[in-house]
Design a binder for this molecule. Structure first.
Ligand code: 5GP
Ligand code: MG
Length: 504
């Protein structure tokens, strides 16, 4: 099923779960802009699987500002939403495009919340695709509504459009700057104002965004793995607080027009969970290879929480695929460096085709899900000293069920090592963490022994915050948001705002 923005009206005035961590693409000046966007979104599928959309436009070089934006979006994976080639080839024509993958949010199937959002206003057409969560949505929405704004969606992202349309500034560019200077929180954005492409990143640089060149064209993407599929060359990251305008003015000097947001924090705060779990290991994020950081996390984890093994009784290190594969390689390297006999073994197999599953009533839903997703290689596990590496424990359900499953294969010892610290607090900036009442670490006050008991491991070791921070670069203004581990948030969050508070 597909929809365009105006096809449905909101069901209520609640703000839905804010836009979570998502994937975004922008293309400027490529004859096949929507095709490139489609490929880019495909490689950013891990950043959101619920819905996908593209807006495109044919450039008019300023001569005809009323050129029309075209939009197509719907629920499902990129290949499902754009399964008919005519959508890309005939509908979404033009040389400028933006695209968005929406992260799955529990139970939320509101079609009107699928991005990009597009509106007509007095100066033309505006479209936006957003990655991250704003933290002053509630007061902004209230103010806008009090002055007569009607919201079409129940998301935080829509405020960008209204703030831009209502700004009193003279030029469209200044109106967009006005809007961006008003919002707070995490945002990496691509926007279109008629045939102008805009790319922006919040002053703290919480979410990633990079720039590449594909021949004469410019591309913007959440992660560099999207540049690779478009055969674009990485140029640099969009800097925190930087706003770039790709438009006809580039004809003279070839570079996008650069503006800066008012807020200039002393340090930037990149989301460290992008390195731990969210980004793909073949991406370069925050100017560092994700693979390299993830190996390092595994290596220091082995230093902090080794499991002993020698030639007669080696340690079998097994990743929970795929998110922990790289950390497991690092863990083995860290163990071997200490003289421990350890090796990576493929003892857990993941089924990649689970999709949307039908689960019969009466079955324990999570357990069926874990069994549908993972199975053990019994010959590898039986009688062995096994170390399971996972990148994180959120609710603890996966770990608990997975440990049950692995125990059926009769390992002699079953140790669990986590390449991040205990997750103690929700994320107001877009990570899909539940409230503290559902976080197993928060529920146990971070008591590792209690968590170990709950998940049923022989031993459990989490990476410390210090070791985690030692694995990433601190050059220049680079710092990190560790809010989910430490409860300390770099950007103020509106009073009582929780990740799930706007759930309808
Ligand atoms: P739990 O069952 O503890 O809630 O989930 C832990 C597992 O979820 C880990 O294997 C980890 O790789 C994965 N995970 C961590 N963060 C996220 C996230 O933001 N979204 C999703 N879908 N999975 C996550
Ligand atoms: Mg995982």
């Amino acid at each position: 099923m597909h929809c365009t923005l105006n096809s449905r009206l909101p069901q209520n005035e609640e703000i839905d779960k804010p836009q979570s961590n998502c994937g975004i693409i922008g293309v400027y000046g490529a004859a096949n802009a929507s095709t490139l966007t489609y490929y880019g979104l495909h490689s950013l599928q891990h950043r959101g699987q619920e819905a996908s959309g593209i807006v495109s436009c044919q450039r008019t070089n300023g001569s005809n500002p009323s050129s029309k934006l075209r939009i197509f979006k719907g629920p499902g994976l990129v290949t499902e939403v754009f399964s008919d080639p005519a959508i890309i080839n005939e509908l979404l024509v033009g040389d400028v495009a933006i695209g968005h993958n929406r992260y799955s949010t529990t139970g939320s199937d509101n079609l009107e919340n699928i991005q990009p959002f597009m509106v007509n206003y007095r100066d033309g057409q505006l479209a936006v695709a957003h990655n991250g969560n704003l933290t002053n949505t509630r007061s902004l929405r209230r103010k806008l509504q009090e002055s007569g704004t009607i919201f079409q969606t129940s998301t935080d992202t829509e405020v960008f459009l209204h703030l831009t349309a209502r700004s009193k500034a003279e030029t469209p560019e200044d109106r967009i700057m006005d809007a961006l200077n008003t919002v707070r929180g995490a945002y990496s954005l691509v926007m279109m104002h008629d045939d102008t492409l805009i790319a922006a990143r919040d002053p703290h640089g919480i979410r990633p965004l990079c720039i590449g060149r594909q021949g004469d064209a410019w591309v913007v993407a959440s992660e560099t793995c999207a540049l690779d599929i478009m055969q674009a060359e990485y140029v640099r990251d969009v800097a925190p607080g930087e706003v770039l305008f790709f438009d006809h003015r580039m004809d003279t000097n070839g570079e996008p027009v650069q503006r800066w947001l008012d807020e200039k924090p002393e340090q930037h705060h990149h989301c460290i969970f992008e390195y731990i779990y969210f980004s793909r290991p073949d991406s370069r994020v925050f100017e560092e290879n994700v693979d390299k950081v993830r190996r390092k996390l595994g290596k220091v984890l082995a230093e902090e929480h080794p499991v002993d093994g020698d030639a007669d009784d080696p340690v079998f290190v097994m990743a929970v695929p795929d998110s922990s594969n790289t950390a497991a390689v690092g863990f083995v390297r860290g163990a071997v460096k200490q003289g421990i006999e350890a090796r990576v073994e493929i003892g857990l197999i993941r089924n990649h085709y689970i999709g949307r599953t039908f689960i019969q009533p009466g079955q324990e839903k999570r357990e069926v899900k874990v069994r549908m997703k993972f199975n053990t290689v019994k010959g590898v596990v039986e009688g062995r000293k096994v170390v399971i590496i996972d990148d994180s424990i959120v609710r603890g359900t996966t770990s608990r069920l997975l440990i049950n499953l692995i125990r059926e294969a009769n390992p002699r010892e079953l140790h669990v090592r986590i390449s991040s610290p205990p997750i103690m607090s929700p994320c107001p900036y877009g990570m899909d963490f539940p409230s503290a009442s559902e976080l197993i670490a928060a529920q146990n006050d971070g008591d590792v022994e209690k968590i170990r008991e709950e998940i049923g491991a022989d031993t459990l070791g989490y990476l410390s915050v210090e070791k985690m921070l030692s694995s990433v670069s601190h050059e220049g203004k680079r710092s990190y948001c560790t809010g989910c581990f430490t409860g300390s948030y770099p950007v103020p969050v509106e009073e009582n705002m929780r990740k799930d508070e706007h759930e309808a």
